[in-house]
Design a protein around this ligand. Structure first.
Ligand SMILES: Nc1nc2c(ncn2[C@@H]2O[C@H](COP(=O)(O)OP(=O)(O)OP(=O)(O)O)[C@@H](O)[C@H]2O)c(=O)[nH]1
Ligand SMILES: [Mg+2]
Length: 388
């Protein structure tokens, strides 16, 4: 069972909440919301750089879960050269900022000057993209980034193109080709003096394939803990594991929302988390439509696999009401478990009970969305795999 300090991550937070709670339960709840807001606003700044035409802007769009022709996407194409650092905010998580930087070769600056020019201090890490072997400029930049004690990752882009070309040759083997490209990139970097470099092979048009997931996992592991959630929530859904990781983050936040029951009607809280989960799992109408378009399926085919198709508002509201009445009956069991946690930070009587049952209801909602996100993603994968 959670202890109070586990509930609010560490004793320091626990103390802050208790202090506010000493004034009133309302102040305590407001403090808890303030802490949640701080978590949600953790900034993450990602720099994307590389030579002209290497696929930077397309990669920026893939990271933001957008296709190249979406409104607000980064302009891409053979002549759409990125000449100055351009900021692209994540469409659902404005704290996540992706910077499309001009390639070092286009600025004529030496690596150190280039980094100064793009204000390297503000970036959490750099992604250096190339659609061929990495060149002298890329390596010089990597050395300089290292000297500035920042992290960088090499991404070899447009892997789909390479495979498409190789496919035409006799005896084609995808795994072998991928491994050849990887080794070629690694050897090139080693020859330029980089020790044990890691290269991620990526197709921005098929992010669920190749090394896109591995890149995400690597970034996640190497980021400081407080930035990790920002990255994970912003990651597009490219595999089932990401759905699970997003679920964990949302689960960790339920207690904050539940505490809000002290100062806010439960229905408002549930509507807020519903919106957050829909956006987080790409189940809002706009995201679903985009997804359907991107794989050439009618929206109704995706909705058909969902248990709670949200476009059908009336049906959804009926399910919502049903969940609430059902959970009211079974909540009493769960309430017992969580009660001492909320009581431990100072919520008492009916207030603590209300927090507990809200906690239970939000959990139910989250499970519901996770289930549908898994169904939709599986449908997408099946559809893509069945394509000739
Ligand atoms: N097949 C395929 N094409 C890609 C991929 N990434 C980029 N492209 C194409 O490569 C071309 C250049 O991509 P951009 O993303 O505009 O490249 P960039 O690095 O931003 O280019 P500049 O801003 O001019 O330096 C475009 O026609 C993209 O559609 C990919 O992963 N697969
Ligand atoms: Mg560009």
């Amino acid at each position: 069972m959670d202890t109070p300090s586990e509930l609010f991550e560490n004793n320091e937070l626990h103390e802050e909440i208790k202090e506010a709670m000493n004034k009133s339960q309302e102040e305590g709840a407001a403090k808890i919301m303030e802490l949640l807001d701080q978590q949600k606003n953790t900034p993450l700044n990602i720099a994307i750089t590389g030579e002209c035409g290497s696929g930077k802007s397309t990669f920026v769009n893939a990271l933001r879960g957008l296709s190249d022709d979406d409104e607000n996407s980064a302009p891409t194409g053979p002549i759409e050269t990125t000449k100055k650092a351009t900021l692209y905010t994540h469409p659902k998580y404005p704290n996540v900022k992706i910077w499309d930087l001009p390639g070092i070769g286009t600025t004529k600056f030496p690596a150190a000057k280039y980094l100064e020019h793009v204000e390297f201090q503000k970036f959490d890490f750099f992604i250096i993209i190339s659609d061929t072997r990495f060149r002298e400029n890329d390596v010089k930049l990597a050395h300089e980034i290292q000297r500035m004690k920042k992290k960088f990752y090499f991404v070899r882009s447009k892997i789909d193109n390479d495979l498409h070309m190789e496919q035409k040759k006799k005896g084609f083997n995808e795994e072998e080709t991928v491994s050849k490209i990887r080794n070629n990139c690694i050897e090139g970097l080693q020859n330029e003096g980089l020790e044990s470099p890691q290269v991620f092979l990526v197709s921005s048009s098929e992010p669920h394939k190749y090394d896109f997931s591995l890149l995400g996992e690597t970034l996640e592991k190497q980021l400081p803990a407080h930035k990790r959630n920002a990255l994970l929530l912003a990651m597009p859904i490219i595999n089932l594991e990401i759905i699970g990781k997003k679920k964990e983050i949302f689960q960790g936040r339920i207690k904050y929302y539940a505490a809000q029951a002290v100062i806010c009607p439960v229905s408002t809280i549930l509507k807020d988390v519903t919106r957050e989960y829909q956006a987080g799992f790409g189940l809002d109408c706009e995201s679903l439509q985009k997804l359907a378009d991107s794989i050439g399926l009618p929206l109704s085919d995706l909705e058909a696999v969902m248990k709670y198709p949200l476009a059908d508002n009336e049906k959804f509201m009926a399910v919502f009401t049903d969940i609430l009445s059902l959970s009211a009956r079974s909540a009493s069991v769960a309430v017992g478990e969580k009660l001492n946690i909320f009581s431990a930070i100072g919520f008492v009587g009916s207030t603590a009970l209300s927090c507990c049952s809200t906690h239970y209801n939000i959990n139910r909602l989250l499970d519901m969305f996770v289930d549908d996100a898994q169904r939709v993603f599986t449908k997408v994968l099946d559809h893509v795999a069945a394509k000739p």
